[in-house]
Design a protein around this ligand. Structure first.
Ligand SMILES: O=C(O)C1=C[C@@H](OP(=O)(O)O)[C@@H](O)[C@H](O)C1
Ligand SMILES: C=C(OP(=O)(O)O)C(=O)O
Length: 418
């Protein structure tokens, strides 16, 4: 599907949607605990639906009634579970250790770019703990249960999801489990999110240096869960507000551990004025100037920040973002391509990019490269384009924010499906 967007300022207020990262974690912890958990999800993105259907396949009963969701604990089935993780890296990397802890045999599948995204360090460590794989990349079938006799050694600079996955699985056992991180740890806040949710289910996690120790197993003390709203997707409208008229983004937790909460201080460094009232964030347009942005702790912000950089005075350098090459697209390449196709100036580097700010973008055609964050960033870029923006493959947005264009329209956006 293609989307044609006229260059119009957006204005108004929008409520942030349910956090995808939180939803994955609460769904999994709920399914591994001993009683049902009830909570609300107001945006059933494809990634969240992938985790729901994989948990059902593992034997959890999940009832959905509008935005209300009740998750009952997994009851092990006789048949071999077939987990289709669709395009969700979190679903695959969280559920691989979980499923192999519970089941002797599991089939894993995926779609889009997921089979090409990194998994080998996790596969090797799971193999070291007694599980055989029919192939190194998905689709594969596993044979043998994950054993916890030895501690786990895993890299911390390829995907933080490896560590979150091992932690989530370790919570199934009452025993103490030790995870050693063998490299520099990136995206630490995503692990903090995992720990935060697991602790709500009675698990104790102690971190010291490069070692994480898990104690106790899942207990349901979190029968009525609350899921935070999503800073990663709120960032698109916060950036749109920095580029045009005011868009208030509502219902955000200012004290959240979500790494993408950092968008507030990044926009402030660009020169935007920010006002925070309770849980509402208002970003006001000011003259913006280029800055240096470290990507390793919040990789998902790159595409939309590159749009902000494209009309900020001087040079913006995005550094330490090697991992972005392995997202839904090679996000360094697809971001550079998006900015340049819209008439901006972006240069690709090995682990980041440089954007030189200009007065206004021209507009043009952007290929999403199957990446939801490129779709939403290109839509935001339309605000600072002289002409319209055409997004090819705009359906990729469903991965995290299916009603993004609905919200975009409510804010005054002029869009036409083609
Ligand atoms: O744990 C999570 O919820 C996520 C971790 C990050 O991935 P990596 O740690 O693989 O970079 C992030 O990019 C992804 O969107 C969500
Ligand atoms: C990379 C992302 O998610 P995941 O790794 O779960 O596919 C994302 O949402 O940008």
């Amino acid at each position: 599907m293609n989307m044609l967007i006229e260059s119009i300022n957006l204005k108004g207020s929008v409520k942030a949607i349910t956090s995808k990262s939180y939803a994955h974690r609460v769904l999994i912890c709920a399914a591994l605990s001993d009683k049902s958990t009830t909570f609300k999800i107001d945006e059933f993105s494809e990634d969240i639906l992938a985790t729901i259907s994989c948990l059902e396949e593992l034997g959890a009963k999940i009832e959905i009634d509008g935005s209300k969701i009740v998750v009952y604990p997994i009851v092990k089935k006789e048949t071999i579970p077939i987990l289709n993780c669709k395009e969700s890296g979190s679903t695959l990397r969280f559920l691989l250790p979980v499923a192999t802890t519970i089941y002797e045999r599991v089939i894993f599948k995926g779609e889009g770019r997921l089979p090409e995204r990194p998994l080998s360090d996790l596969v090797e460590e799971i193999e070291n703990h007694g599980v055989k794989f029919s192939s190194r990349t998905i689709p594969f079938e596993t044979e043998g249960k994950l054993n916890y006799k030895e501690s786990f050694n895993i890299s911390g600079n390829i995907s933080s999801q490896y560590i979150s996955g091992l932690l989530l699985a370790a919570g199934i056992l009452e025993d103490e489990v030790e995870i050693n991180i063998t490299t520099k740890l990136e995206s630490k806040s995503y692990i903090d999110l995992t720990v935060e949710v697991m602790e709500k289910y009675g698990i104790e996690i102690v971190e010291s240096g490069n070692k994480i120790v898990k104690r106790k197993s899942y207990k349901t003390i979190y029968r009525e869960a609350t899921i935070e709203n999503d800073w990663s997707n709120a960032a698109f409208f916060l950036c749109a507000s920095a580029l045009g008229d005011l868009i208030s983004v509502e219902e955000l937790n200012l004290k959240s551990l979500q790494p993408d909460r950092e968008i507030v201080s990044i926009l402030r460094r660009f020169g935007a004025k920010i006002e925070v009232k309770k849980n509402i964030v208002n970003v006001y347009r000011r003259t913006l100037k280029g800055i240096t942005i470290e990507l390793s702790e919040h990789p998902d912000l790159l595409p939309v920040l590159a749009v902000v950089a494209s009309i900020s005075k001087g040079e913006t350098k995005f550094i330490n973002g090697k991992r972005l090459r392995f997202k839904e697209s090679d996000r360094i390449k697809s971001t550079v391509e998006m900015i340049n196709n819209l008439g901006g100036m972006a240069m690709e580097e090995a682990d980041g990019l440089t954007v030189i700010g200009i007065e206004k973008l021209k507009g043009g055609i952007v290929n999403s490269r199957g990446d939801h964050r490129i779709v939403m960033a290109a839509a935001v870029a339309s605000i600072v384009c002289e002409n319209e923006v055409k997004i090819v493959g705009s359906e990729a947005v469903n991965k995290s924010y299916p009603k993004f264009f609905e919200d975009f329209k409510i804010l005054g956006g002029d869009i036409c499906r083609q």
